[in-house]
Design a protein around this ligand. Sequence first.
Ligand SMILES: Nc1ncnc2c1ncn2[C@@H]1O[C@H](COP(=O)(O)OP(=O)(O)OP(=O)(O)O)[C@@H](O)[C@H]1O
Ligand SMILES: [Mg+2]
Length: 238
Amino acid sequence: MSLLVLKDIKHTYKLGNINVNVLKGINMSIEKGEFVSIMGPSGSGKSTLLNIIGCLDKPSGGSYEIDGQHIEKLNDNQLADIRNQFLGFVFQSFHLLPELDAISNVELPLIYRGMSTSERRKKAKEALEAVGLGQRLHHRPTQMSGGEQQRVAIARAFVGEPSVILADEPTGALDSQSGQNIMAIFQKLNTDHGITIVQVTHEEEIAKHGTRIFYLKDGEIEREVVNEQPLSALIEEV
Ligand SMILES: Nc1ncnc2c1ncn2[C@@H]1O[C@H](COP(=O)(O)OP(=O)(O)OP(=O)(O)O)[C@@H](O)[C@H]1O
Ligand SMILES: [Mg+2]
């Protein structure tokens, strides 16, 4: 059974009395342990699709199953539980809380799990060490580079041991070396920890780090390519 199954997913935004059909019947199955890239031009519906995959938005039509659970049957609390237990999110603009230092940002998802403070701190520290930020535990977002902030955001995304990480243009705000570092971390999480990765990008070079690439155009999947030889990213030595 596939981990994520989308069948004929449609999405319409209503603007006044105008309906904008943004997704026009998406069929997609993602297996556990895949590293999937979704590519497409601006406005093709990539973020809309990722928000639906991440249960941040409900589709206007079609069915969506995560690990055999029908998402359309769940209420808001159940969806919040799925997001917290099963999914980790990474966004282009990091979405860190500015008043908190790195370790407190990373701890956040664990607070909802009812974990003790000392255990939370320990896990957050380990996650920051895993992304090479063991020396930045008490830096606040404004005291870190963009690439470092995104690594904090990734540590926050995987500290709760999710099955899936969803990333919307994770390298969009970064220089190319910082982007490489992010891809290297995703590949490590995918290969060593078995975390399924679904990333949205409009850069072919970034997409090619994935093992399968979906090309989205005008709200439809135009084609799908299995990438036999994903690019491998190297972490910059400092
Ligand atoms: N809340 C909204 N209300 C109305 N229309 C929207 C809304 N959000 C997105 N759209 C429209 O839906 C279409 C797809 O938007 P989406 O953000 O999914 O595109 P995208 O592929 O992620 O683009 P980009 O690469 O620029 O991020 C766009 O035409 C956009 O204007
Ligand atoms: Mg987008």
